[in-house]
Design a protein around this ligand. Structure first.
Ligand code: SF4
Ligand code: SF4
Length: 452
């Protein structure tokens, strides 16, 4: 059910792919930590205000009524992931997944504090002493500080972070803020510090189903067995040609590719679901090939077809299908966001009374209009009704502050001479005075007892 864990001492490696990965990791992390500190006007630029039921993302403000947009966004993200997985396997995992990004940061700190892979192994095998105690203490303190910053930043997306960092130490913050900061502190510390590759191997559902999205033309990190085998150690002075003549493949069996792997696998055993496509083994092996004077690429990004000497089709129907679907969904989403009317309203008949006859012989119906201003500025709306000749309203305008809602009770009067049935469809229209684009209509029924 669950194999006993073998501690992995990841060796640090430099190279092209690690440069790309580290740049992506730092950029993502900086984005995560800095975004809640940005302001847009007098509010945070990105603020998911749950008590206020408002979700601010720069200039746009979304409300729970617009959650269908969020569903669309999640579907787009899922299709984006399918597309990138069909194209390049688990690059999401290796380069951008928060679990990997934080784990790499924790490993980076571990390396700075406890030293290289060999020094860490040596340190762990030592009995406790002053050197070990301070290094372990410093490492866990650094991890906990990063985890704390992560927790505070995460909660900072839901509570203005400037107030949060002032209120947390003085115990003035909301109880839930303490709970979630504590939760993410523990969660980050355990996941990135202790569990690491166990999350990718045993807990992540994506790792389990991503293999069904692979095909023979998907880019994977792979060891070129035909070129590398038979592997074997050799003197550095042995040239490529001499090694071939001695019946050796290009793999010198140095195991550097295994030592740099954050999930502890040996890529020479073939494609494995534990591989997060971080390409550390490519950089490691390329550095070995350079030292030996052998061509690079014994481990490389390639496809199953290419490895077997067959033609690879990067542009294939499945990939194009995902791409087209993704583009259509993104365009539709952009159009829906751009075209959304920042106002919503409902018109409901008062249920207690069907209709009334006024003293001057008019028929009246009473409606309740619930109007929500979804814009970032206050609006005054003109209210009108149509559907019957000469409808009169006792109130024709309503002011609603930005982001708030108002309920307006409206009495509509109709001339009995214009009524031919007990029920007529009428239409309410709300038009913002300040912006002619903000306009919505709702249908309602006008009731009487007239039947002709
Ligand atoms: S790093 Fe390259 S040469 Fe060294 S064991 Fe791995 S595949 Fe072989
Ligand atoms: S096998 Fe290579 S690409 Fe896969 S996780 Fe290990 S180091 Fe990264």
């Amino acid at each position: 059910m669950y194999a006993k864990r073998r501690h992995i001492y990841v060796r640090e490696i430099k190279g092209l792919f690690q440069k790309v990965r580290r740049s992506a990791n730092w950029a993502l992390m900086m984005g995560f930590f800095l975004l809640p500190w940005l302001n847009w006007g007098d509010r945070p630029a990105v603020w998911f205000d749950l008590p206020g039921r408002e979700f601010h993302i720069f200039a746009a403000t979304f409300y729970p009524q617009e959650f269908v947009l969020l569903s669309w966004l999640l579907i787009i993200c899922a299709f984006g992931l399918f597309f990138i997985t069909v194209f390049a396997g688990r690059v999401w995992c290796g380069y951008t997944c928060p679990q990997s990004v934080w784990t790499f940061l924790f490993i980076w700190l571990e390396h700075r504090i406890e030293g290289s892979r060999n020094q860490r192994i040596k340190l762990d095998n030592q009995p406790m002493n002053a050197n070990k105690a301070w290094r372990k203490g410093a490492k866990h303190t650094a991890w906990l500080l990063i985890a704390l910053a992560t927790g505070v930043t995460f909660v900072g997306y839901f509570t203005p972070i400037r107030e949060l960092v002032m209120e947390l130490p003085t115990l003035e913050a909301h109880g839930w803020s303490y709970f979630w900061v504590g939760f993410f502190l523990v969660f980050t510390y355990l996941n990135a510090g202790w569990l690491r590759e166990q999350v990718c191997i045993y807990m992540c559902p994506y790792a389990r189903f991503q293999s069904v999205m692979f095909d023979r033309d998907t880019l994977i990190v792979s060891y070129d067995e035909a070129r590398g085998e038979p592997r074997g150690r050799r003197k550095k002075s042995l040239s490529h040609t001499q090694a071939r003549e001695a019946g050796l493949g290009d793999c010198i069996d140095c195991e550097l590719c295994v030592q740099v792997c954050p999930t502890g696998i040996d890529i020479r055993d073939g494609l494995q679901y534990e591989c997060i496509t971080c390409a550390a083994c490519i950089d490691a092996c390329d550095s070995v090939m350079d030292k030996m004077g052998y061509p690079r690429g014994l481990i490389r990004y390639t496809t199953e077809n290419a490895l077997e000497g067959k033609k690879s089709h990067i542009l294939r129907p499945r990939l194009i299908g995902y791409f087209v679907a993704l583009m259509v969904m993104m365009a539709t989403f952009a159009w829906a966001v751009n075209d959304r009317t920042p106002m919503s309203f409902d018109a409901e008949r008062e249920r207690t009374q069907l209709y009334q006859m006024t003293r001057d012989g008019q028929i009246s119906n009473v409606y309740s209009l619930t109007v929500r201003n979804l814009d970032s500025q206050d609006h005054t709306y003109d209210i009108s009704a149509a559907g019957l000749p000469n409808l009169q309203l006792d109130n024709t305008s309503l002011r609603v502050p930005a982001g708030e809602s108002r309920i307006q009770v409206i009495t509509v009067l109709a001339d009995p001479a214009s009524l031919s049935e007990p029920s007529h469809a009428i239409t309410f229209t709300l038009q913002a005075q300040q912006d002619e684009q903000i306009r919505q209509t709702r249908e309602a029924r006008f009731l009487s007892d007239i039947r002709r």
